[in-house]
Design a protein around this ligand. Sequence first.
Ligand SMILES: [Fe+2]
Length: 210
Amino acid sequence: MRTFSRRLMLAAASSSILPLRSSLAAGLAATPEQTEGPFYPVAYPADSDNDLVQVRGQAAYAMGTILHLQGRVLDASGKPLSGTLVEIWQCDAQGLYDHPGQPGRERRDRAFQGYGKVMTDAQSAYRFRTLKPVAYPGRTPHIHLKVATAGGRRLTTQFYLAGEAQNDRDFVYRGALRDAKSRERIEMRLEPANGLEAGAFATTMDIVIA
Ligand SMILES: [Fe+2]
């Protein structure tokens, strides 16, 4: 029994260390900086945690398809950056932001938090429960992110859906896409969130700060 659990621990340890070693040798492509856009909150919601699908004190879930977004924050050498603040914000399932500049804001889904934040843990991991992003006029589906490391480094960026037909016509996406490596940093590949939540998707996106 003891041997079995130790084997498991070793397997877990090597699977997390090996990709880090190879990335240290190669150097990681940085997540590209992208515009903040006009819809960063002017006032944070009372509930600003990392579950955007359910607002504290409300029974209803947000409309839309649930997406579990997770990953690690690393520097270009692959060093984990624990204690990093990660913020995300996005429109609701109808394409509406919770922002004074949003036409039709009063029709927004009040069960959707719209904004959330989390600190990376000891393994520099972050995790959000949010929505699969939808398009709104002029933009392909995207999630906005702001990252602030304990050492004072900052990054503002956006994540997109891999394979989304509207991406190539989106000016922000096109500006961020420099090569195959930057594509990997901004395109989310969605998989069913098996074992996590029925009907939901999951994706892993490491954020690399140059
Ligand atoms: Fe946006």
